[in-house]
Write a protein that binds this ligand. Structure first.
Ligand SMILES: Cc1cc2nc3c(=O)[nH]c(=O)nc-3n(C[C@H](O)[C@H](O)[C@H](O)COP(=O)(O)O)c2cc1C
Length: 402
């Protein structure tokens, strides 16, 4: 996969957004270098402010390289910075947020550049607290934190785990991918807030006996990306997932299933009041004709009788109050006409075609190259991240619907 092309496509997500990134003096400050770089990669303009204490943990030069912007550390170097920097920001993020900066802000204290910028800023603010668990659980600190959250400030983390001091407890800063996700979500346009969307993802398993099954290579990455993107854009989302190794996304209704029948039941139950069904799951097309309750002896299996599984899309598209249906066609080869036929035969509204044999497309990878097809036209997209493909599919849904 060509890195430069992927970078270019990722820019779609945070393009033209200015993020004011405040770094205060906690041990997790070094992680923020990676955060600045990732935000920059996604097309954001990143402006970093560091406290004096933060400079003990990471150098302004590292942040300057990562953000490709001047790093601001002093209240008095540029007399208008504390007003102008917040005024230019679409979003302010403090990561890590020390007990000190949180408590200062909760009490209106402005005694350095970062705390003064916080007071002159009135937009969306995300804080990522990170500290020793005893500091985090301190009652005075907790009341300061609660005050900020009650005023609409978005808190992410901290998480439980081994802390820098070697102790275990709550206090680890949110992981960088989780921070990126909440930043994307906070900055996303909310153009799907009228929609209630069911997304299926991952493979299904059809059991031969308690230990053996027929399945496929689906990782679930495309479906999870769609569920996250729809949630970020304001939709009410239910994610019905087959077995995957992926982290369950926050802020949506998550249903875990294993077999095609279980997925069918979950889809039927959850699509009664749904506006859109996105079938990104790779449902097993067939399974063993019989499921044994006990493990079958190896010597007894010489051949396998198969049965076809239920076709979930056809079942749902027949119902009277059917949602808008988006399906997927994973093919080996450029057989787009088969995808068009499948869309018509199963009465879908849109189908997303991908050739899983193409480099960077299909199973397990983080990228995809798809053709989005509706009843009127085909839109061929370049190789891009699955997150960017998800947004393109949702954009296409909005255009097709209206
Ligand atoms: C080695 C070391 C690690 C520290 N780590 C943290 C931390 O993770 N979180 C925190 O809230 N404070 C931590 N502190 C304390 C802060 O650095 C201290 O409260 C400082 O005044 C914070 O200033 P600032 O909020 O202006 O950056 C640490 C201090 C030391 C010496």
């Amino acid at each position: 996969m060509k890195n430069s092309l992927l970078k270019k496509q990722r820019k779609i997500q945070l393009k033209n957004k200015t993020i004011l990134l405040g770094i205060s003096g906690g041990v997790a400050a070094y992680k923020t270098v990676e955060l600045a770089r990732r935000l920059k990669d996604e097309g954001a303009s990143v402006i970093v402010i560091m406290t004096d204490a933060a400079r003990n943990f990471v150098t302004p030069l590292s942040l300057e390289v990562a953000s490709q912007n001047k790093v601001h550390c002093s209240l008095f170097e540029d007399p208008m910075a504390h007003i102008n920097l917040p005024a230019s920001a679409d979003l302010m993020v403090i990561a890590p947020a020390t007990a000190n900066i949180i408590s200062k802000f909760a009490n209106g204290i402005a005694d350095d550049l970062l705390s003064t910028c916080l007071l002159s800023y009135s937009g969306k603010l995300i804080i990522a607290p990170s500290m020793n668990w005893k500091m985090y659980e301190n009652r005075i600190f907790q009341s300061n934190l609660k005050k900020l959250v009650s005023l609409g400030i978005i808190q992410t983390g901290p998480e439980k785990g081994v802390l820098a001091c070697g102790e275990e407890g709550i206090g680890r800063m949110s992981e960088i991918p989780d921070l990126i996700e909440i930043i994307r979500s906070t900055l996303s346009k909310k153009d799907l807030k009228e929609e209630s969307i069911v997304v299926t993802a991952g493979p299904t398993r059809e059991y031969l006996d308690p230990v053996r099954f027929i399945s496929n290579r689906s990782s679930g990455k495309m479906g999870y990306a769609l569920a996250r993107a729809a949630r970020n854009r304001g939709a009410k989302v239910t994610l019905i997932s087959g077995p995957t190794a992926l982290k369950t996304p926050d802020g949506l209704n998550f249903i875990r299933v294993e077999t095609t029948d279980e997925m069918m039941i979950a889809v039927k139950k959850n699509t009664t009041n749904t506006t859109v069904l996105i079938m990104a799951a790779a449902v097993s097309d067939f399974g063993p004709a019989k499921r044994s309750e006990v493990k079958i002896a190896k010597a007894k299996i010489t051949s396998l009788d198969l049965r076809q599984t239920t076709d979930i899309i056809s079942e749902i598209s027949r119902s009277a109050q059917r949602p808008f249906i988006i399906g997927f066609a994973a093919e080996t080869g450029k057989n787009i006409s088969r995808a068009v036929e499948k869309m018509k035969k199963k009465n879908m509204d849109m189908i997303v075609f991908n050739d899983v044999t193409e480099p960077g497309a299909g199973f397990e990878v983080d990228t995809n190259r798809v053709v989005i097809i509706n009843r009127k036209k085909k839109n061929r997209l370049a190789l891009m991240s699955k997150d960017a493909v998800a947004d393109a599919i949702l954009d296409s849904f909005i255009k097709t619907k209206t």
